[in-house]
Design a protein around this ligand. Sequence first.
Ligand code: FAD
Ligand code: NAP
Ligand code: SF4
Length: 684
Amino acid sequence: MPSSDLRQASTDLTSPYPHLLKPLDLGFTTLRNRVLMGSMHTGLEDRAADFPKLAAYVAERAEGEVGLIVTGGFAPNLVGWLKPFGGKLSWPWEVRPHRAVTAAAHAHGAKICAQLLHAGRYAYHSLSVAPSKLKAPINPFTPRALSARGVERQIDAYAHAARLAREAGYDGVEVMGSEGYLINQFTAARTNQRSDAWGGDAARRMRFAVEIVRRVREACGPDFIVIYRLSLVDLVEGGNAWPEIAAQARAVEAAGATLINSGIGWHEARIPTIVTSVPRAAFADVTAKLKGEVRVPVIATNRINMPQVAEDILAGGKADMVSLARPLLADPQWVRKARTNQATRINTCIACNQACLDHVFQNKRASCLVNPRACAETELVYRKTAAPRRIAVVGAGPAGLACATVAAERGHQVTLFEGSGEIGGQFNYAKRIPGKEEFHETLRYFRQRIDDTGVTLCLSTQVDAQALRNFDEVVLATGITPRQVDFAGADHSKVVNYVDVLSGRVVPGKRVALIGAGGIGFDVAEFLVQEGASPSLDPQRWMREWGVDTSFESPGSLTKPQPEAPAREVWLLQRSPGRPGAKLGKTSGWVHRATLKAKQVRMLGGVEYLGVDDEGLHVRIEASTQTLPVDTIVICAGQEPRRELFDALKKAGINAHLIGGADVAAELDAKRAIDQASRLAATL
Ligand code: FAD
Ligand code: NAP
Ligand code: SF4
């Protein structure tokens, strides 16, 4: 029996999540629980001047009782930079700023490792190097093929960076061997066409990885954590098959790895691995497969966002630790809340990527849609007020909920009015979209927050100006109204709007045209083509649809995708020329487009709407007119601010703050709504 199994035998069954909270003895050091904060590039790693902010961010997660923290990636040399002037650890003077970060983790009882990440051909600059001169499909830069001496230099750079990490106070390093970065480029035939000692058969391809682990161990001694992040499923053509992956795991273990973390999918893979429609813990079974191959503890990852999900993985013997990255952006107190049996108070990561990964791809600092304080810990502070006031917040959508609860937490006396019978505003439509089930969690969190902060909630209360006279501050978060269209036949009985459909008031026919292909048009299309239970709730079904080999044996773990038949025939239309969906999120838009393509949705740009009659929707596309023989036309044509109350208040001489959709409806999303609301509440 592996030693990690022996340790599990003495689990404390009185704690709410006994396997999750059980310390992990690594021989020379002990982690206080099984939660690893996975590496996330936040944008604070790139400039020494931002390290105090990085330290504050780390301190909050360590104070929240995370066991082991892994930093965002630091390149071991210049050529390994992800982008020019990105985070790097190769020169002696780069050590000092890290000390505040490691001290912050240690002050709160957490261990911390620096991730060493060499981008290889994913580097966004012209100095990039790789095993072979092959451009990545997601990067315009072509790398230079490394010479044999160049390969040795990269290995030395890893060992040197690990030594510097130790000097900076890190308890260890994570060697990033997955996600398609340099080491993974060596291990896979897809990117390694070398015929020297570093390429050819699988044994030679993995030599680079093994040598790095061996030399890092040699450089840093036996009492230093070395995590190896191993690509368990490459999800690309030319990726490794299981026997090669298992051999690599055994070899890095023998070379000195303390822990093996799971890597899931290359960045260039066309199978989603972390967006919200990926089922929770979808890839835990491949970590379980790895556990049978090695004796060192193994770490499961991807879409583990609630304690019970993590506990089930650990209790089921699938892994020894779990890695959570985005869930700790969303709630730094995640582990403490789990330990104290307060899972209903967890601000759950909804895997939207909107404020974290999408920001990083736009060279902006990461944050979190549901927690705008993430990476802004020193700037957005919710101080207790010295002068409590009576505050009315009108509208319990994301903006109103965030504003009311932050203001009440600060000590104000807050009344939250909501016209409908439930909190949530448009999130009540979002949560019905297949693949957006996580949105329920945000509503559960806010329900609990309302109770905890003492907000007085008045549901089914459509307030008017008169009712708001006696408050010291009035905040209007009244949201939006769907935009009307004005082409001929817009009042035909076939024409409805997205609220009619998502609320269940109207059940569209079998052939449907959607007018408007923004975020809501895409969501409604997914709602219409998918009938019955969502595949996002069933990992096996989801993997079949996307073409993941559920035995994880085949090269890249790929198999032929088998999408289920669409429930309806759908046309998704926009007036602007070009491909619908171009403005969707950078890291999630392609998933929406691929999902609809697999369901044969016709996505058309440059459409002129000529009118609706009993025959259907008449359109002109590239000078040719045609009739789409549809039963229902759903308008998803954007939104207008809902301001009638604001105007009435103005007339009555009452000042009000406007937030969320009521302020600016154009391009509004929940990220902006919650951020704006929280920032206002912090100043009231
Ligand atoms: P709303 O959510 O519109 O809330 C306004 C609230 O005010 C409503 O509950 C309304 O009943 C109440 N109200 C209005 N007038 C009064 C009154 N006089 N008295 C009392 N109550 C009143 N955003 C994202 O960021 N990511 C997504 O993935 C995403 N998906 C979406 C999917 C769908 C299907 C939809 C419809 C929206 C989606 N959105 C998404 C958009 C997001 O939901 C909105 O941006 C957000 O809800 C706006 O928040 P808000 O608080 O400003 O307004
Ligand atoms: P949107 O993104 O602004 O899209 C509106 C669509 O309607 C566009 O395709 C637009 O394209 C079309 N349109 C606008 N005016 C029209 C008119 N008068 N007649 C016909 N078509 C018209 O708005 P949305 O889809 O309503 O989404 C609202 C917000 O919710 C968005 O800002 C989005 O960020 C957020 N949201 C996000 C997600 C997500 O997954 N992140 C999901 C859902 C919603 P043309 O002008 O080219 O026709
Ligand atoms: Fe999770 Fe979205 Fe927050 Fe990122 S922005 S951490 S995906 S909730």
